[in-house]
Ligand binder design. Structure first.
Ligand SMILES: [Zn+2]
Length: 390
């Protein structure tokens, strides 16, 4: 009797493990046939068939008819529940797209590199095409999309939906981003800047979950920040709240892209960081600089440490003004972890003395570079009546 129970127990454990493996593989591929599932998991076609039937019965997966290599095929996909959300992050050097269900489980995602100074109209074309491609891979179409959220690396004017300052993103200011993508996908689209969406991502799904008042710092190709007040991201009257990249850091500094002199961005923006390596290393990318710093290169570590201190001073000023509970740091530079965060913390501790009884915590973002993408999904959900939306 005991032996029989043990055998039954181990069999059900095996079935559960196989089931979890199949579900994970379906998530990984978005949409996959049963033949492909057997090949990807190493399970027999019969086992795959049995488990898929069980997962269909519990509503965890769905099947959709499609065409593969000219033949009819049945795709197993994650259950889409009540429609899908599309999140897009147009970062300075990468285009990230994710399709999620209304429970924010990511069903498919892709990242493409973008050339330096890419044209916005071309990138929006690629965005629409890639979204259609990912939906197609899920055996789905744009008609099932409830909303599209798009993050761009510049402040967006809430009244016009366009990038406000012509100097920040040359060639971007005349384009109504939401309208262009809406025309292509025939679905509602909302646009915001990537720091605000990074903040929204961390507030909904990451390091600032449940925190009422927080600052999110997006230390990337350009540095910006976003304010979470009373649990919601505040973009400001013109969409530029938290743009610490353009606060004064050096009154004698060079002229910034925005037209002002000596902005923080002229010290810690990717161009400035890379420029300071030109004599010793020649042309390198921001990714090279970060990798070298993580690998122990003394000069590159110094650049990141100095940037952390400069960003910390600007963040500290903002923190004195807004009195947050928490500061979350995300963006590419945060990959260097303590190299950036330690001097940033020191600068914050030095300035934020009003509330010295409860030290202000500086935490690395949990969603890392993908925080704006997750925020874009949350923004997409606001276009719909998805339960739990901001
Ligand atoms: Zn500026």
């Amino acid at each position: 009797m005991a032996r029989q129970t043990a055998a039954t127990g181990s069999q059900s454990a095996l079935r559960e493990a196989n089931s979890a493996r199949i579900l994970a593989t379906v998530r990984q591929y978005g949409g996959i046939t049963q033949v492909e599932l057997a090949a990807a998991t190493g399970l027999s076609p019969a086992t795959v068939s049995t488990i898929v039937k069980q997962l269909l019965a519990t509503g965890e997966v769905e099947t959709r008819n499609t065409v593969r290599s000219g033949r009819r095929a049945q795709l197993v996909t994650v259950a889409h529940r009540a429609g899908m959300l599309v999140g897009v992050h147009i970062a300075p050097r990468a285009l990230r797209i994710a399709i999620a269900d209304t429970g924010f489980d990511i069903l498919a995602s892709q990242t493409l590199p973008l050339p330096n100074d890419h044209r916005l109209d071309t990138t929006l074309d690629r965005t629409a095409l890639l979204a259609m491609e990912l939906l197609d891979g899920l055996g789905s179409t744009a008609s099932e999309v409830l909303g599209v959220g798009i993050g761009v690396p510049a402040p967006v004017d809430p009244s016009t939906g366009t990038v406000r300052n012509t100097g920040l993103m040359p060639g971007w200011s005349d384009i109504d981003i939401a309208q262009v993508v809406e025309a292509r996908l025939q679905r509602p689209v909302a646009v915001d800047n990537d720091a605000n969406l990074g903040a929204l991502g961390e507030a909904r799904f990451g390091a600032a979950r449940g925190v009422q008042d927080a600052l999110y710092v997006h230390a990337s190709y350009n540095t910006s920040a976003a304010l979470i007040l009373n649990g919601a991201v505040r973009a400001g009257a013109h969409g530029t709240a938290g743009e610490i990249g353009h606060v004064l850091a050096d009154p004698q500094g060079p002229i910034c892209r925005c037209g002002s002199r000596g902005c923080l961005d002229t010290l810690v923006g990717a161009r400035a960081l890379i420029e300071s390596l030109r004599i010793s290393r020649g042309p390198v990318s921001l990714t090279d600089l970060i990798d070298l710093a993580i690998g122990g290169d003394a000069g590159c570590r110094q650049i990141i440490t100095d940037a952390g201190a400069a960003i910390g001073t600007a963040v500290a000023n903002l923190a004195v003004a807004f009195d947050p509970q928490l500061i979350v740091v995300g963006g590419e530079l945060a990959q260097t972890e303590t190299l950036l965060l330690d001097p940033l913390r020191v600068a914050v501790e030095r300035r934020v003395l009003l509330n010295s009884a409860t030290p202000l915590e500086v935490r690395r973002g949990e969603l890392e570079r993908r925080a704006p993408l997750h925020g874009a999904l949350a923004l997409a959900s606001e276009l719909t009546s998805v339960p739990g939306a901001r």
